[in-house]
Design a protein around this ligand. Structure first.
Ligand code: HEM
Length: 180
């Protein structure tokens, strides 16, 4: 994945736990990279190793790491020059949920080799949506939970997000998104 993602993981850890903890995580992961470059494309193994090491060093599950990171992502990207794109994605939660693929399409101009996920949104009622998530990568569904919670935060809404089916049992990761 592009360095933007790994850099965001680094920033999150440094902000919450300090640089010493980050150094410990890097050492545990065996990654010998001094500073990620946003526009460089890194092997996905690097991101997965970071998640594994964070989980070991902080004593939380990989799912928790991914979910926390997902929630951080919307605020992080907003402060890193993507607020305009976030604004174009939607003026409210409903518009936003239906335009996530559009958001990534706009970003492929900057990150031409990116392999974005695909989201299909369904409106069940005015405050209840379902989203299917498809990716070439595996194991990132917990990150989607955090991302969807982050979208709720962006619009100052309390939301309840849960996974209602997994790729293993139904062939697709599907989430319920309820605006409380
Ligand atoms: C302006 C905001 C955003 C930017 C700049 C952005 C950019 C990116 C980039 C660069 C990647 C790495 C892909 C690669 O290198 O192949 C990525 C991955 C991903 N993005 Fe976004 N994104 C944004 C918002 C969102 C939002 C709101 C969601 C909500 C669901 C989302 C869902 C994901 C997921 C799940 C991945 C992991 C890759 C995968 O599933 O295969 N992104 N994004």
């Amino acid at each position: 994945m592009y360095g933007l993602v790994n850099k965001a993981i680094e920033d999150l850890i440094c902000k919450e736990f300090g640089e010493d903890k980050w150094d410990e995580i890097l050492e545990d992961s065996g990654i010998d990279i001094d500073g990620f470059i946003s526009m460089d494309n890194y092997d996905d193994d690097i991101t997965y190793s970071l998640v594994g090491s964070i989980s070991r060093i902080l004593g939380i599950s990989s799912d928790q790491v991914l979910e926390t990171f997902g929630k951080f992502w919307t605020t992080y990207t907003a402060t890193k020059g993507y607020e305009d794109i976030l604004l174009m994605t939607g003026n409210n939660i409903e518009e936003f949920l239906f335009n996530i693929d559009e958001l990534h399409s706009r970003i492929t101009v900057t990150y031409p080799e990116m392999i974005p996920p695909k989201f299909t949104a369904y409106k069940i009622t005015d405050n209840h949506f379902e989203l299917e998530y498809r990716s070439k990568r595996s194991g990132l569904a917990p990150m989607v939970i955090g991302l969807l919670e982050g979208i709720g935060d962006r619009f100052n809404k309390s939301v309840s997000v849960s996974q209602i089916s997994t790729i293993d049992d139904s062939g697709v990761d599907k989430f319920s998104f309820i605006i409380n």
